[in-house]
Design a protein around this ligand. Structure first.
Ligand SMILES: NC(=O)c1ccc[n+]([C@@H]2O[C@H](COP(=O)([O-])OP(=O)(O)OC[C@H]3O[C@@H](n4cnc5c(N)ncnc54)[C@H](O)[C@@H]3O)[C@@H](O)[C@H]2O)c1
Length: 421
């Protein structure tokens, strides 16, 4: 039998309540329209939903909306350093079974996941695939006996892992890659990560203008970061492995070059590739004195952090979640957040306005799962377009923005083939 909750300090609840309130005001779709609808219709009555998500004030509002819809909610953190302890405390007080605290060890991280799975949840909402993979490995009976109806994945790295699992024939549950919905990755990844890293570095009182900055990747997150760093006056260079993304970066006016050739020039290096060893051991001696290293990708292996720690002659914290690392050649570099998601560890993660859309999708996909539970097959299932459109429309409405709609004549033309030259 699982415990009811485990958080760092219940005394932080009052502060967490304020944080949840601030986010709620900026999440009119998830915390407003959908919460009201669910409170009336109670679609999740009798259902257990488990989330392995960054425990932030925005995630707290997702939990409140699912609870309003009748769900019993279990929550664990999806990264050892991203949990906001005050929010976790308040959620525990509100009846969320939350197992999360900032700075948990790898062993504790999986203990928290197991607490959620011990409760026999029906829907799993993951961020990085650890919850659902653990369910496959250690709780297969929950899948075999149909307790788990379906699952949802919030981030790119998680979706990559599930695609590989599916291709290998090992994915045994219906999986909705919510990350890949347009209303998610075109806003959350690009704007959220783009602004989040700027918030983290500006929070350290560092001037972007005039700095030479390498952004590794030019995908959803990284292109957002590159564009914003340039907007603040940095000279941005991009590294890529995908020819189309490299072309997009080139045509957007960035210098594109291999990391090996430009690493020595950088004052700031930021990674968001979903890959590993993007800043590798071979680069350490080339790093400029004073270089800042930050990772925004899901796992802490984009910058070879363990190798860096082993290679360092000295390591000391110089402010919260920033370490000064002395290299054998005497150069000092500054590593953000132990190589983990710097926007979530140093700043507060994505602004509530964008998480409103990501979590509205998670809510509506959960509802879709229940309405279609008899027809769902194991494997990847794209988020239906009408859910994407609904979230987009509700967000526009909440912002008081109107748009055009096709006339009947335009619809027939755009969807037809007969009219031509
Ligand atoms: N920090 C956050 O809050 C946050 C939010 C969303 C996603 N993420 C994570 O960020 C990462 C990137 O997500 P995304 O949605 O931008 O993915 P994406 O697929 O849109 O972009 C990744 C880009 O990196 C490139 N790339 C891969 N390996 C590379 C290498 N070795 N060197 C240079 N470029 C390389 C790819 O070609 C691609 O263009 C993932 O791990 C994702 O889970 C983090």
């Amino acid at each position: 039998m699982s415990e009811s909750y485990k958080v760092a300090n219940l005394d932080l609840a009052e502060q967490g309540k304020e944080a949840l309130y601030i986010a709620e005001r900026k999440m009119p779709v998830t915390a407003g329209i959908l919460r009201k609808q669910f409170a009336k219709e109670k679609p999740f009555e009798g259902l257990k939903i488990a989330g392995c998500l960054h425990v932030t004030k925005e995630t707290g509002n997702l939990c409140r909306t699912l609870i309003a819809g009748g769900a019993e909610v279990y929550l664990c953190g999806s990264n050892p350093l991203s949990t906001q302890d005050d929010v976790a405390a308040q959620l525990a007080k509100e009846g969320v079974h939350v197992f999360a605290w900032h700075g948990n060890t790898s062993e504790e991280f999986y203990w928290c996941i197991r607490q959620c799975l011990d409760a026999k949840p029906n829907i799993l909402i993951d961020d990085g695939a650890d919850l659902i993979v653990t369910c496959h490995k250690e709780y297969p009976q929950l899948i075999e006996d149909g307790t788990v109806i379906a699952t949802q994945e919030e981030t790119t790295t998680g979706v990559q892992r599930f695609k590989a699992m599916d291709a290998a024939g090992h994915l045994k549950v219906p999986l909705f890659p919510v990350n890949d919905a347009r209303c998610k990755n075109e806003f959350d990844n690009e704007l959220g990560t783009g602004q989040g890293i700027i918030a983290a570095i500006i929070g350290m009182h560092i001037l972007f203008a005039g700095k030479k900055c390498i952004i590794a990747g030019y995908g959803h997150c990284s292109s957002g970061m590159a564009l914003r760093a340039r907007g603040l006056g940095a000279q941005v260079m991009v590294t890529e492995v995908d020819p189309i993304a490299a072309l997009k970066a080139t045509f957007a006016g960035f210098k594109v070059a291999p990391m090996d050739e430009i690493v020595h020039e950088a004052d700031i290096i930021l990674t968001a590739t979903g890959c590993k060893n993007v800043v590798a051991k071979k680069h350490f001696d080339k790093l400029k004195d004073g270089c800042i290293l930050g990772n925004l990708g899901h796992f802490d292996i984009e910058i070879a952090t363990k190798d860096l720690y082993d290679y360092a002659t000295d390591r000391k914290p110089i402010r919260k979640d920033v370490e000064e690392i002395t290299l054998p050649n005497g150069n000092k570099i500054y590593l953000l957040a132990q190589g983990r998601l710097a926007n979530l560890v140093i700043a507060e993660g994505h602004p509530s306005e964008v998480m409103d859309m990501s979590f509205a999708l998670q809510c509506l996909v959960s509802e879709y799962i229940l309405n279609n539970k008899d027809n769902l097959k194991p494997g990847m299932i794209n988020v239906p377009n009408d859910i994407n459109d609904k979230v987009g429309s509700l967000k526009l409405k909440s912002m008081g923005i109107k748009m055009d709609t096709w006339t009947e004549e335009q619809r027939a033309y755009c969807l037809g083939y007969e009219e031509g030259t």
